[in-house]
Design a protein around this ligand. Sequence first.
Ligand code: 1PR
Length: 545
Amino acid sequence: MTIYLLDYGAGNVRSLVNAVCKLGYSIRPVESVEDIDKAEKLIFPGVGAFGSAMERLASTGYDKALERYIASGRPFMGICVGMQCLFAGSDESPGVKGLGLFPTTVKKFDSTSKSVPHMGWNSTTVQQEQDGQPWINHAGEDGTRYYFVHSYAVPATDQDWEFGTTQYGEERFVATVRRGNVFATQFHPEKSGWAGLKVLRSFLECDNVRTGAERRLPSTPPTVDRLTKRIIACLDVRANDQGDLVVTKGDQYDVRERSADGSDVRNLGAPVDLARKYFEHGADEVTFLNITAFRNLPLGDLPMLEVLKRTSECVFVPLTIGGGIRDMEEPDGKIVPALEVAGEYFRSGADKVSIGSDAVYAAEEYLASGRKLTGKTAIEQIARVYGAQAVVVSIDPRRVYVDTPESAPTHHVIPTTTTGPNGEKFCWYQCTVKGGRENRDFDVFQLVTSVEALGAGEILLNSMDKDGTNSGYDLELINHVRSAVRIPVIASSGAGKVEHFEEVFQKTGVEAALAAGIFHREEVPIQTVKTYLRTKAYQVRALEG
Ligand code: 1PR
């Protein structure tokens, strides 16, 4: 059986290849129109914007080949933008025509009352076939969670090709489509843990290809948004004094042991082993932060590339990589643009890149220029090519206490219940760069509103004051940021017990909570956090989906 993957170089397809291999199949990349013509099964994992996907298909002649392929009745599977391309068009790229297999237009989610992108684990309601088993028999099961990440979706209108639908806020959209030999998912099966692998296996195993539209029994559409709160495991990675790449963990960003004789970098394990362990323990995402990436290394020597490649062979949930996403200078003086650096990471298995210091510089310039978008910042460029959902901005703020708001007139000052060393009742949050080594005259509110305008898709909100303290998240900081932007926010720093997770979700409404120390030291397993949240009526993903 020749299974082909239609990749146009716009993102992470390595995970899909790895997922297919894990299921015991091999898959080849489409390199020519002839490959599509001779494929016996075809998977199209679209990534990036609708317009650029369609333009790439048109410029290579793949659009016509795809139409021929689908008309021939051979099994086709589309994923995410690969599903959206089957529609007539998308509000994301007005004027660009899709393949038009389904007559509807893809619409942008309404962000008035919810965060956009829709990012995380949600369930689909599957329609039952009238005539027995569908050829895709694991195209999502009621209650099972799959990983979605998208700002645009097809509104559900109960057409006969709508195979499964999902509720996000007040909107119900099409999660899976099926007509004849065509099956497609808005979610990412290759990133949806064991549940996603089951969907993929179903497609790989199917041999009962039917043509023509098949009717299904109507089922009650879900009216409840079942998007879960995400629990993210974070691995701070750096080389220790022996030159080995290790997962480390600081207290307020100091990663050296506190022993009398030594100041070795704390070594909590090997990056790939720990990532696999957290995936197996039910982490909804894994984030790697290369914490010494402010040092210049040639692109080919970036140690995290290999870590990502190996991790994506055994971890089937989203992977984020941070540290060093910026223009890099090679030893010969050549500048490698941030877009290219990010591209290397995506090709190595990352789903998102996280930008720290460079985001602060870009935001400072953006405000100084009177909010002009130049299209030249790393955030803008990476978001344009790979989509906003692939760009996280990681923030390392530190509290600056003041007596009155007037004491810091150029900054966003908030009242605080945690008073300062001299009894100060107000504070503002100062941005830092280079892993907290340098303070900037720039506050976190200025930063998050600017990076959202530049096109970032998510905020990873650390706290230098809370990091490693086990004393709970900085709820005031998190509320300050959550209310400033519409994009999803990940709360980070300070988790010490299960109650801290409930507290942060209940009091701030963030979409995700990240922790490092308590997971590394095995003080609280990820499943214990989830079990606790479930008893408090929060929706969380089960280990099997
Ligand atoms: O500036 O784009 O090269 O990115 C550098 C990245 O490295 C940033 O994301 C920055 O946050 C991170 N970083 C740099 N130095 C450190 C350090 O610790 N010395 N780590 C560092 C940030 C904080 C979190 C931590 C949470 C949760 N560490 O990653 O995982 O605070 O910890 P906890 O649950 O144990 O409290 P660039």
